[in-house]
Design a protein around this ligand. Structure first.
Ligand SMILES: CC/C=C\C/C=C\C/C=C\CCC/C=C/C(=O)SCCNC(=O)CCNC(=O)[C@H](O)C(C)(C)COP(=O)(O)OP(=O)(O)OC[C@H]1O[C@@H](n2cnc3c(N)ncnc32)[C@H](O)[C@@H]1OP(=O)(O)O
Length: 280
């Protein structure tokens, strides 16, 4: 069977198996019964999206896509953090070539995840600021654990969420609420996120969150996969095409913006604050 050929197994436990692209920073486990792949981010300490994690995410998403899994659940191995967003160290005093590769890879991840033909869901088992929220809102369904926060807080750091971050957010929230939240750099508690519709459900444990995501993905079991995928892609085509058309400009805009002395100063102060808080 093609599926069996493509998936080279590195481990087997119960009805699940790990796919060959499993690396240190992401793992992919496919449930043999449901055909659903769970993609787990596991970069200590906070799943900061650096170049290497982004590369692993892209490879894993592509493999799930090409193996025609029945669904993709994105989650984290960290007990309290889904993803702390972009690794600020990639943007602070950046190295010229690396920051280009970093942003290009982030674009790649977004295009693959938001544009995935496979149905997607996020089991948000911890805090999910900025880039973490981008990943979650690129999925079609979100289940979140209580007492965490989610949102696009970029303005709080003195930076600006690019258009395509907004596209994902706007695929979930009405424009009025999205615009206000982005302008404020607002982080929502789980309860607030549920109320506003930024997440779809809550769960009391990661296992329950994954189960609820799987139940959502299961709603497509009797829908023709091609018809479903083409329908999803039509909804998202304009957003995806916009970034495809503007990728170079988007990169140059990012580099120009991030290299402004005032932006670098702001990032330095923010990092300092994070480190001070961590030491307490
Ligand atoms: C005109 C313009 C037009 C268009 C736009 C053009 C360009 C756009 C330009 C820029 C766009 C950039 C978009 C950016 C997106 C992002 O994702 S920025 C990142 C935002 N993330 C955050 O603000 C989260 C910050 N972190 C936290 O709030 C907390 O750490 C946490 C809630 C996630 C977890 O809290 P704790 O469990 O208490 O953990 P600690 O705070 O103690 O952290 C442990 C350790 O990790 C370090 N750290 C945390 N987050 C990050 C991070 N994002 N990057 C790097 N490092 C991080 C923290 O400093 C601690 O480090 P140590 O002190 O232990 O070394």
């Amino acid at each position: 069977m093609l599926r069996t050929k493509v998936l080279s197994l590195v481990a087997r436990s119960g009805p699940s198996r790990l796919m060959s692209t499993a690396t240190k920073l992401t793992t992919v486990e496919v449930n043999d019964k449901t055909g659903i792949a769970t993609l787990t981010m596991c970069r200590a300490p906070v799943n900061g999206l650096n170049l290497e994690l982004l590369k692993d995410l892209k490879t894993s998403i592509d493999e799930i896509e090409s193996n025609k899994s029945r669904g993709l659940i994105l989650t984290s191995s960290n007990a309290t953090i889904f993803s702390a967003g972009l690794d600020i160290m990639e943007m602070y005093n950046p190295e010229k070539e690396r920051i280009r590769a970093f942003w290009t890879q982030l674009q790649e991840v977004w295009l693959s995840l938001y544009g995935s033909s496979v149905p997607t869901a996020a089991a948000i088992n911890g805090h999910s600021p900025a880039g973490g929220c981008l990943l979650a809102t690129s999925c079609e369904y979100r289940v979140m654990l209580p007492k965490f926060t989610i949102g696009l807080n970029e303005t709080q750091l003195g930076i600006v969420a690019p258009k395509w971050f907004m596209s994902s957010f706007l695929s979930v929230l009405p424009q009025r609420q999205a615009e206000r939240a982005l302008n404020q750099g607002r982080m929502f508690s789980t309860e607030e996120a549920l109320q506003i519709g930024l997440i779809d459900e809550t769960a009391t444990s990661k296992e329950e969150a994954v189960e609820k995501c799987a139940a959502f993905l299961g709603t497509f079991a009797r829908v023709n996969p091609l018809a479903r995928a083409l329908t999803k892609q039509q909804f998202r085509a304009a957003d995806l095409q916009q970034l495809e058309n503007e990728r170079k400009d988007d990169l140059e805009k990012f580099l120009f913006f991030i290299n402004q002395p005032a932006v670098q100063k702001g990032l330095g102060i923010y990092l300092e604050g994070l480190k001070k808080k961590a030491k307490k």
